[in-house]
Design a protein around this ligand. Sequence first.
Ligand SMILES: [Zn+2]
Length: 441
Amino acid sequence: MKLLKNCSLISDNQIINRDILIDEDTIVEIAEKIKKQTGWEEIDIDYKFVLPGFIDFHVHLDDEINGVPIADNYDSGTRVALKSGITTLFSFITQRKGETLRDAVNRTHEKAKGNLWCDVGWHLTPTTFDDESHKIISELIDEGFSTFKLYTTYKKAGIYSSYHEIEEFAKKYVNQQILILVHCEDDDLIRSKAIKTNDTSLSNFVRVRSKTVELTAVNKILRIARRTGAHFHIVHVSTAEAMKVINKLKYNNFVTCETCPQYLFLDNTNYSKLNGEQYICTPPLRDKENNAKLIEGFKLNYFNIIASDHCPFTQSQKMIGRRFYDKAPSGLSGLDFIPYLTSNLFERDFEKAKFLQQKLSAEPAHLTGLYPDKGAIMVNSIADLVVVDFDNEHSLAGREGIYNPYSEITTKLNISKVMKGGEFVVSDGEILINNPKGNAL
Ligand SMILES: [Zn+2]
């Protein structure tokens, strides 16, 4: 038994002080005062905030973008996650040319095996939709996969689905409680703009993947959501326009959405810097005014969750984008930064803790069906916990070799301890365990 004394918890709209008793990997009691018994280990949390382990819903690991391998595999990615208090993350399994979705699942599980420092679940991306493929999809749903990701762009990469295919997919599985994540950028619009200008310089990148490109795809997906009644989740919403139309539909619960720190903290003036290619991500960064509107929307609960869209490349891998944005690997590092940046959106410590708990833990747990095993501090919840305070201002460190676009930003969030499955696995930024103990969900 582990007894955590003097924990500050967020409950409803207030801070409450509680002791938490943990048996193996499960929370078994929460009370104002729990008296230590012989044989119990007691840890004084000293009134720091104790939050449920963070859950990052959108993480790319051990994959390729534009033929370039991502700089994090399962080992390195889940280590970084754990240090950031992320005890569960969701990554992607993408069916490649010449393989079935089943092959892709097996390939990924093989890579992940023995390398997970936090728990990992997967969203599936099927890329063929014939009878045999649907048979496999149905089997995988029966086996417990419940989230799928489809793309309205990236024809060349072979992961594009037409709106018609997306609608048929939604209709077919609407009664099986699946969640369909969609990357919304209209491929036809992108291509027509790119062909018209034939300019692969970075300055054209933002013009080609414009706000209209996102809004067009979002509107089409929303119509499909309305027609089919399927649950759609729009990933990495980058424009205030898209945020607003999504929220008009939300009352029916047909649609949920996320945004990512880069669309709140970084803007498109970075593309005119000397190293502008380091900021290439899709959708691209937008203007400052747009950032402010998204932040406002985030505070008004327009976004169900915040997710990192972690997809890091080394600085040299990204260099190709300096002349050919269309050949550059698209994506930024996020696992290192997401809780810090999210906390920076708020003034008061209470708000910082509350929104971290909601948007980076409870809500993603609801979306993935993990709540209240995860995403909650309740009796019978799994003891995945993050101990934080907001006492020391420090800069965002990042990692060697991977460009840190947030190096000028400071934060007050300190992650002092991380507990996973009832065991302290991180203390003051250092991983305490010698072997990875994460589960494949
Ligand atoms: Zn992504």
